[in-house]
Design a protein around this ligand. Structure first.
Ligand code: ATP
Ligand code: MG
Length: 261
């Protein structure tokens, strides 16, 4: 169970949330404090989006959907169906070859390169291949988005440590990623995606490298983040994972998207 307590309210309805993770009644590896901004109206919208790589055939065709604020959805489909490609469009690391994408109410085509990092800060991503920097420790990898922003380490050190403890990496925070197991890398990547308290969390096969009990705990983490206001999109093949939640399913087949609410 995850326990949440609310504190003071700012203009954007900031929730001060204490998350304590437990698994089947046992106390979890640690406790983390988050400050989660809940921004009403956060939404991503696709209208008739198509994407082709180079001169190839379209990987995505006429894809239309919305990620409503505070929503929770799985994105599924066979290998090569375009799940990672769709997440890259959501994260704005790819531009569509046709159609309209609107991100937090703004037309993707009109977002300038200068604005892009600010918009991306509101979207946390767990990449399928983790993308941890091998020369930085686990702690430094998770803290990196804040460091890049010029934040003073004293202002975030405790948050990073508590988040790492919470995902069960308290003992591994000073080691380099090459000595982490696949599941540990996965959890470090999740912690890095959460450290900026995003409005939307995109996770690409986030349970692909962990055992079933840890997969359940990670799923509960995503659900709790969602309950607190973060929209969540999880790309997965894992039917057992999807069967644990009565969530919207977005299914990609042959470049087209079907949605089952
Ligand atoms: N950078 C790229 N250049 C050219 N083709 C690409 C590129 N990235 C992906 N593709 C192709 O686009 C298609 C969709 O790939 P994508 O990685 O989005 O699928 P996926 O559903 O995430 O697959 P998996 O379940 O294996 O992760 C595949 O046919 C893939 O070969
Ligand atoms: Mg993929």
């Amino acid at each position: 169970m995850v326990k949440a307590s609310l504190g003071s309210v700012f203009a954007e309805r900031i929730l001060y949330v204490s998350l304590t993770m437990t698994d089947q009644g046992r106390r979890g590896p640690g406790c983390a404090w988050f400050v989660i901004p809940v921004k009403v109206g956060a939404v991503i919208q696709f209208e008739n989006v198509g994407l082709r790589y180079g001169m190839g055939t379209e990987v995505l065709r006429d894809v239309s959907f919305q990620v409503p604020p505070r929503s929770f959805q799985f994105l599924t489909g066979p290998s090569g169906a375009g799940k990672t490609t769709l997440l890259r469009l959501l994260f704005m690391s790819l531009k569509p070859t046709r159609g309209l994408i609107s991100v937090f109410g703004k037309d993707r085509a009109r977002i300038s390169p200068r604005e892009l990092p600010l918009m991306r800060r509101r979207i946390g991503v767990v990449f399928q291949d983790f993308r941890l920097l091998d020369h930085l420790t686990t702690y430094e990898n998770v803290a990196l988005p804040l460091r890049v922003r010029g934040r003073d380490e004293a202002s975030y050190r405790q948050d990073v440590i508590e988040l790492l403890k919470w995902v069960g990496l308290g003992e591994r925070m000073h080691v380099l990623p090459p000595v982490l197991s696949g599941g540990e890398k996965q959890r470090a990547a999740i912690a890095r995606a959460l450290i900026e308290q995003p409005d939307v969390l995109l996770a690409d096969e986030p349970t692909g490298n962990v055992d079933p009990p840890l997969a359940r705990r990670l799923l509960r983490l995503f659900m709790e983040l969602n309950r607190l206001g973060t929209a969540v999109v999880i790309a997965t093949h894992d039917l057992t994972l999807m069967d644990q939640v009565d969530a919207r399913r977005m299914v990609l087949t042959g470049g087209r998207l079907d949605i089952y609410d």
